[in-house]
Design a protein around this ligand. Structure first.
Ligand SMILES: [Ca+2]
Ligand SMILES: [Ca+2]
Length: 197
């Protein structure tokens, strides 16, 4: 009986999608179109990247003469851009890759401003290392405060930077809702045990 109840619980959780949150990475694959087109916005892997101006590019690896990670990357020569989920909704931001486009040296920073649904914000800054070429990209990891965001705004010192591999994960149900669900299943199990006795 206990085994059956456990299987029931696992099945119910799987149905709710609790056991396997949908992780996603925005890679900009397939967006270069054979050149570095300039646009105001790009959609990659369920996320919308919006430029403050019309100077936003996705470039193939062989078009990034200064820095490359061997794939298509987002190149921006505007001052900031914003990330939101396509169709709206909250999202988590775990990490992203960034690199210099031109050899402006070390000491440049990338700042990230996360905005929650209620309008409150969280922020972080990361330093670019000044290394160009095949090892140009660094992976920057965001703190737990960058979860359940409505949007994230990226800005940077100096005017050209490259980005790639924004790692996100869909928001999971609230712990309180899960606890209530667990209590319900436990109650069902207890009732079954009483019937069986
Ligand atoms: Ca890529
Ligand atoms: Ca670098």
């Amino acid at each position: 009986m206990t085994t059956r109840i456990s299987l029931l619980l696992l099945g119910a959780l799987a149905t709710l999608g609790v056991s396997a949150p949908a992780a996603a990475t925005a890679t900009f694959t397939g967006l270069s179109g054979g050149s570095c087109p300039s646009a105001g916005a790009y959609t990659s892997d369920g996320y919308l990247f919006t430029s403050a101006t019309n100077h936003f590019h996705v470039c193939a690896a062989n078009q990034n003469s200064n820095s490359t990670n061997g794939t298509e990357t987002l190149v921006t020569d505007t001052t900031a851009f914003t990330v939101t989920k396509v169709g709206g909704g909250l999202f988590d931001l775990f990490s992203f890759d960034a690199a210099e486009w031109s050899n402006f040296g070390a000491g440049r920073t990338v700042s990230v401003l996360g905005t929650y649904a209620g309008g409150a914000t969280t922020s972080a800054s990361f330093g670019l290392d000044g290394i160009m070429g095949a090892n140009a990209f660094q992976t920057f990891t965001l703190a737990n405060s960058f979860r359940n965001l409505a949007s994230a705004r990226f800005s940077f010192s100096n005017n050209i930077a490259q980005f790639d591999n924004f790692v996100t994960e869909a928001a999971v149900p609230e712990p309180a809702a899960l606890a209530l669900f667990g209590l319900g299943v436990a109650g069902l199990a207890a009732r079954r045990r009483r019937k069986a006795a």
